[in-house]
Design a protein around this ligand. Structure first.
Ligand SMILES: Cc1cc2nc3c(=O)[nH]c(=O)nc-3n(C[C@H](O)[C@H](O)[C@H](O)COP(=O)(O)OP(=O)(O)OC[C@H]3O[C@@H](n4cnc5c(N)ncnc54)[C@H](O)[C@@H]3O)c2cc1C
Length: 388
């Protein structure tokens, strides 16, 4: 049975220390500069990969560390708590799970060891489409079998890191929607080597934050038939099976953000003297920070519960979704308290608060928006009528 450990083990403390040491070499100036130029944190991602942290969840037999998700969560949380952003590389941790659970032994042997060493990057996850959005089953991109190949046509939207990744996990329709019993059927997952592939156009999108995201256009893009992961037509369930890991890991980034905001807010409001005393002595300044701290701690407990269930293989859909929701809200609350107490300086780039504020906001919308999490809890946890 799953149990939640309230303190980090010695090994986890060492893990946290190792990640923190790397993060110290990438201070605010590093992230600020990349943010201004909207460039990918190559050096940071390379160092993290070389140290083995991005292979945390890859089993040892495939060259990874084979750690539990609680440890992977700690890695991402620590990066965010130190002012960095793991969004540039977090997908590798959870996309890999789809290949691990549903891929063939040949696919696992071919790709996982190279992903573990960093020889190959699996950072792109192609699901969202311009006309389907949150309603994944309505996606229009098709992959039609033609001899020993599939031919892909369609469009994807907001596909992050496609320019920086060697491989992409793609969800596409292999059987037309009209020919399947349920709309979740007829979708398939492919693991594609996108380096120099013909028929794929990648158009970068300038977003609110530095996120290396793109619009993708597939025009008769041919891929080998053995790119298919698992069975044809079962892709939707394969993607769903990776959602809990994704929710837990993204929640951890928000918890790290929340901790960073709170620490910054406490330090600044303790040192800033206005009307003859530190602004932090005013309840109007202190209470929102204290309240945000409580929200972050509560979200962390839910994340720990979700991770403990995940690591013992028990159902954790409710907890993983609630952790993602609570953590994104807590980070946002802490971000607002932090920007408020900084006054005008909260908007000045050199304080990093405005950058983190923009980055933290994303997790209320992606990878799943807060409304859909509430719909999940309403329907699947509380047994209320389906709302969509
Ligand atoms: C920076 C960034 C990076 C991303 N990276 C990736 C990526 O790498 N791969 C990928 O596949 N996708 C990616 N996404 C896409 C992201 O997952 C989607 O934006 C998200 O799932 C929502 O889809 P949408 O934007 O089409 O919004 P829509 O589905 O159009 O929804 C818009 C809003 O309507 C509301 N809404 C919709 N349906 C309901 C409902 N039934 N009930 C209540 N409210 C509802 C929600 O509040 C939602 O925010 C990224 C997005 C961003 C912004």
């Amino acid at each position: 049975m799953a149990t939640i450990s309230l303190a980090l083990t010695d090994e986890q403390r060492a893990l946290e220390k190792g990640v923190t040491e790397i993060c110290k070499r990438y201070p605010g100036e590093y992230w600020r500069d990349l943010d201004a130029r909207r460039e990918y944190p190559e050096k940071f991602v390379d160092e993290l990969t070389q140290a083995g942290y991005l292979a945390a969840l890859i089993p040892q037999e495939y060259g990874g560390a084979g750690l539990p998700i609680r440890d992977a969560a700690l890695i991402l949380e620590t990066i965010h708590a130190n002012g960095g952003s793991a969004s540039a590389c977090h997908a590798q941790m959870y996309i890999m799970g789809t290949v691990l659970r549903h891929g063939s032994e040949a696919q696992k042997r071919k790709y996982l060891p190279k992903i573990a060493t960093g020889e190959l990057r699996l950072q792109a996850f192609g699901v969202t489409e311009p006309d389907a959005g949150s309603d994944t089953t309505q996606l229009k991109t098709t992959a039609l079998r033609k001899g020993d190949r599939y031919v892909v046509n369609g469009r994807k939207m907001f596909i992050s890191r496609a320019m920086q990744s060697d491989l992409m996990l793609l969800l596409a329709r292999t059987t037309p929607a009209e020919q399947v019993r349920r709309r979740t059927e007829g979708l398939s997952v492919f693991l594609i080597d996108i380096r120099g592939i013909k028929g794929l156009e990648i158009r970068p999108l300038r977003m609110m934050m530095n996120h290396s995201t793109n619009a993708l256009f597939f025009d008769d893009m041919e891929i080998p038939a053995d790119s298919l992961v698992g069975e044809e037509g079962k892709g939707f369930s394969y993607i769903l099976s990776g959602m809990n890991a994704e929710r837990i890991l993204v929640a951890s980034e928000s918890i790290g953000d929340g901790r960073w905001f709170t620490e910054k807010a406490v330090a600044y409001s303790g040192g800033r003297v206005i009307f003859g005393r530190p602004i932090g002595a005013n309840q109007g300044v202190q209470f929102p920070i204290a309240k945000a701290h409580m929200s972050v701690e509560a979200a962390a407990l839910m994340r720990d519960k979700a991770a403990a269930l995940f690591d013992t293989g028990e159902p954790c859909g409710a907890e993983a979704n609630m952790a993602k929701f609570l953590a994104a809200e807590a980070a946002w609350e802490a971000g607002n308290a932090c920007i408020d107490c900084h006054g005008g300086y909260g908007y000045a780039e050199e304080y990093d608060v405005e950058r983190k504020f923009r980055e933290a906001r994303l997790y209320k919308t992606a990878p799943v928006n807060q409304n859909l999490v509430m719909a999940y809890v309403g329907e699947h946890v509380l047994g209320m009528p389906r709302s969509y």
